[in-house]
Design a binder for this molecule. Structure first.
Ligand SMILES: [Cu+2]
Length: 396
């Protein structure tokens, strides 16, 4: 059904509202005094959560509140004992009862469409895989092993993203399905990606296959650009253990060294406004990589929360919960324990530092040294050497 001018206007107003809400004054990724609303979203998934809140939930809640208030006022004015001294005696109205049961069901189903999608994304760890092919100026056809579990196989064109990367500058361009490439054998063990133009020798083709796609997509396919992308599987797992009163982080992929984070005392802070947010140690992750967070607790239930990532996962003794995020731009991101866990609940800050992979490797080596372990990353073992090896392996 084509949209009428009024609904088009409404949608445009909604899109403007969303842009305004998303472009709220740039704050640091931390709570600030006197502010309301969310912290700005730092990850694509957080942007989706904001979209759900700002453009789906808020309008529905507002309409319901205004409607119920109007009904109440109407009844108070029209049917009070002065205005309506003789009340009618009927007690049922079939049509009305069916309507007031059915309408809320449809409203909830509509909300569920969006919210189940988000819940699923936050709960299921991404399993996307990235394959890089060097261009040779001739080859236009590339293959992807579709070796996921059957329910997670690449079956639709949304399950495969293709980029062209300039090997010299590192500039990355997302290619368009149909115009720049076509996909064959989706849902089969090997998917074939055919480019309309062969990548040159100084170019590479990056293919990402997987089912977890995050980031804003055009609203109803009408407004906004498509900034969504498939999320690669986590390259790092961090275990966060809550305890009264702090967090212990261990890095099982890098020798299981542990970092303890307690509250930074007020008199040791350079910036006093960071009191209750800064910790004695930061939990550190590398920029752009997918991080799996596993939470547990050693005494009572705590909750690991990072508002800028729209993440909150309970840390329950004797149990492991997990979630994930894609590390945003380098910087500090602050959260706090978000389950009332006892007397010093307010004194369990979560300070997360995102740094470049090179700095992260140095940090890992330092932490391993503190734990009495050999360095893991040497000059020849950086990410670039690994990436080059991967690319070489993929070519064979
Ligand atoms: Cu706690």
């Amino acid at each position: 059904m084509p949209l009428g001018p009024i609904s088009k206007k409404l949608l445009a107003a909604g899109a403007t509202l969303a842009t305004a809400a998303l472009a709220f004054p740039a704050l640091a990724s931390r709570p600030e005094d006197g502010k309301i609303w969310f912290q700005p979203p730092a990850t694509p998934l957080a942007e989706e959560v904001h979209f759900f809140h700002n453009l789906i939930l808020m309008p529905i809640i507002t309409v319901i509140c205004v409607f119920v208030l109007a009904l109440l006022l109407w009844i108070v004015i029209r049917y009070n004992s002065k205005a309506n001294p003789v009340a009618k005696k009927f007690s049922h109205n079939m049509l009305l009862e069916v309507v007031w049961t059915a309408v809320p069901i449809f409203i909830l189903l509509f909300i569920a469409l969006f919210s189940f999608d988000l819940l699923y994304k936050e709960d299921v760890i991404p399993d996307g895989k990235k394959i890089v092919y060097e261009g040779d100026g001739q080859t236009t056809s590339f293959t992807v092993q579709n070796d996921f579990v059957p329910s997670r196989m690449a079956k639709r064109r949304e399950h495969v993203d293709v980029y062209k990367v300039n090997a010299v500058t590192g500039a990355k361009i997302k290619l368009t399905h149909g115009a720049d490439y076509s996909l064959e054998d989706l849902g089969e063990p090997i998917v074939i990606v055919s480019l309309s133009e062969a990548p040159r020798p100084n170019e590479a083709v990056e293919i990402i296959a997987g089912r977890t796609r995050t980031g804003p997509e055009p609203f109803l396919d009408l407004f906004g650009e498509d900034r969504s992308s498939i999320v690669p599987a986590p390259s790092i797992t961090i275990k966060a253990s809550g305890r009264q009163w702090g967090w212990d982080y261990s890095y099982p992929d890098f020798g299981d060294f542990e970092v303890s984070a307690d509250i930074m005392p007020k008199d040791q802070l350079d910036d006093p406004s960071l009191y209750l947010l800064a910790a004695t140690n930061n939990v550190v992750v590398p920029e752009g990589e997918t991080v799996r967070i596993i939470t547990t607790a050693i005494d009572v239930i705590h909750s690991w929360a990072m508002p800028a990532f729209a993440l909150k996962v309970d840390a329950v003794p004797g149990r492991l919960n997990e979630t994930w995020f894609r590390a945003p731009a380098p910087g500090m991101y602050y959260g706090q324990c978000s389950e009332i866990c006892g007397l010093n609940h307010a004194y369990m800050p979560i300070a997360l530092e995102v740094m470049s992979r090179e700095d992260f490797d140095v940090w890992v080596n330092e932490q391993r040294a503190f734990a009495g372990l050999e360095p893991l990353f040497g000059a020849e073992q950086t990410r670039f050497a690994e990436a080059a090896a991967d690319a070489a392996a993929a070519q064979q």
